[in-house]
Design a protein around this ligand. Sequence first.
Ligand code: CA
Length: 228
Amino acid sequence: MKVLIIEDERDIAELISYNLKEAHFETRSCHNGREGLLEAQRYQPHLIVLDLMLPDMNGLEVCRQIKSHHKLKAIPILMLTAKGEETDRIVGLELGADDYVTKPFSPRELLLRIQAILRRSEAKPKAKEKEILEFGLLRLDEERFEASVEGKFIELTALEFKLLKYLLNNKGRVASREALLEKVWGHQAYLNTRTVDTHIKRLRAKLGPAGSYIETIRGMGYRMIERA
Ligand code: CA
């Protein structure tokens, strides 16, 4: 994880850098706003620590430019502010900064804030990734709850959709009937493993030419082939 520090007070920049490196971050420091903006484009950091009081331009202006730049706007910003800069903090948050820390701060507090911001921003792209699953002739759109084979939509029940998604997410691995019951159906005592067989059979038929992607592993369960 790369962190860009934009702070003109070199001892503070060094203190932050030192503590982040101890926590296994990679860092670069810039000591004015203009340099910071250029470095943000070159370095493509995962997060920017931005001091609001900079010699050449206001930190809020730096924040505004980052948040309106198409390649930089997704980078989270943690502002460093002095006591009494409450208006600036509010403006900064309105401009899209993620959080702020008031000077003087403890390195530990700063680190915790940074980790919290990164956890939040990491959660976003992951949620997006799982929207569409493609495999050979198959395409699954989770958001719209649509499945298609060779571009033709097929109608799946919620359960069949879930079953297919599970198999796709576990390509190449054998899933036992018991495991499928647990993961797809959830624990429901009245079900037995034959339920799984019935559903797989129906699912294969609906998938047509992609039905052969689901293999039966005798005596064990089912497996989505590794490569279509
Ligand atoms: Ca400063």
